[in-house]
Design a protein around this ligand. Sequence first.
Ligand SMILES: [Zn+2]
Length: 373
Amino acid sequence: MKDVETYTAPEFVRSPALRALECIQCSARYPVDDHPRGCPACDAAGRNANLFCVYDERADGLEDRLPYRNTPALGEGGTPLLRLPWLAGASVKNEAANPTGSHKDRFAAMAVAHAAASGFDAVAIGSSGNAGIALAAYAAAAGLRCTVAGFSRLPEATRQHLTDLGADLRLFDTDRERVGCVRELGARADTLAVSNIATPFVGCHPVGIEGYKRISWEIAGQAPAEVRHVVLPTCRGDLAWGVHRGFCELSALRGTSVPRLHLVEPIPRLAAVLDGAPVTGHFPGDSGRLYSIGGHTTTVQAHRALTGSGGSAVVVDDAAADVWFTRLCRRGHVWERSSATVFAAYERLRADGVIGDAEHTVLLATSHFFKGL
Ligand SMILES: [Zn+2]
């Protein structure tokens, strides 16, 4: 036990198959580096878009198609795929079973491995709760400092968890101030900013997003039938893009089909883009208590995950989510309100015939309700 004070984290080893970063929008390729404003060419043109990791085509193992061979090990991933007796035609991937209670642990593990391997001493993130707690935990595991820029409305439970994990918590009233804080920290030589600092937003660090691909690979191994649809909550599309990439790579290596992704949002953002609004637009609306998927913007990566998979956008507002939140709680499930949205969306997609009776669907329950979100 005495080693707990002197323990130092291991070296994190980058996959030799990782070749480049590619722009989601213009397909320009760059050496593997940190581009917190997304693709430099698209940024210069005023239409920011995120990058994603490209691997050597000869890499024929899925694990080779992750940016790091090892990450801080807190037990993320391997979450259960639940069959619920009252839910016909679907199963639920329970991401609340991750160490800090959300899918963000998969992002944080990769992002922190990357920060440490790249020589940074600290990481910074703008977060509505889940991502901040995940990053704080993994940074602590790797011996890095962590700053979380959150909103003043952050629940007391979340604030306490962040402080307990050793994070430097800074609170702001507006998104502009919050992003400004992360931008300022990211300009320091010792700190890697892993969340948005560009306007319009592009999404989080592409190396961290790679961590979400394992969700798809796990689903493929766990599902009782071929998965035709995945329904998931969406804010700026990090999860959707990572899950889509995971299924695309599985398809390239194993010939499996790529499921349609249905992205659930509390106000029309992607739905407005599908109706002709620009993806860089500002989308007004009240997300109510759906804090973790709130916000008035969307991203190119969210849009591409939707269109690339032949999916759809589903608007589930706070009131509709609340009905399902209560229903799920009364059946013993401890998921956050944002996770309840996927059940409401699934019900609607089935009723509208978008999802057929015989088409197996996976719902992503992304996070635990203990953080008060
Ligand atoms: Zn570009």
